[in-house]
Write a new protein. Structure first.
Length: 124
């Protein structure tokens, strides 16, 4: 019997990161999805990215979301929903990346006080 081991994805940790890649002022806050170009950060052959998100809003139930570029299915997204107002909420997500080297983000129309992203690494 012959076994073939298909190579898996390899994680590449991004080193030397000293600050968030994107902060609140880099995002449009209007309650719609927008493209976020990551081509200056990730290589073209990246398949998944590891993102750290930090989000705060003065009210509960606010959503800072991410999804695959071009995705329209409502349940294929990642993000943070504020359980209470005023506190900062943090999470890490692995998100598939297309050849476009972009993802999409969503922020509600005004009212967010913190929205930060940093790319921690990728798998290729």
């Amino acid at each position: 019997m012959l076994f073939y081991k298909k190579p898996g994805l390899r994680f590449i940790r991004r080193t030397g990161v000293a600050a968030f890649d994107f902060q609140l002022g880099d995002f449009t806050q209007d309650g719609t999805w927008h493209q976020l170009d990551l081509s200056s950060i990730i290589p073209r052959n990246a398949k998944l990215i590891l993102i750290k998100m930090l989000y705060a809003a003065p009210a509960a139930g606010r959503f800072f979301g991410l999804r695959v570029y071009g995705e329209t299915y409502a349940y294929n997204n990642w993000g943070i929903v504020t359980p209470v107002g005023g506190g900062q909420h943090e999470n890490n997500f692995e998100i598939p990346i297309t050849g476009e080297q972009s993802i999409e983000y969503y922020l509600p129309a005004a009212g967010s006080t913190t929205a930060n992203l940093v790319i921690q690494g990728w798998k290729k």
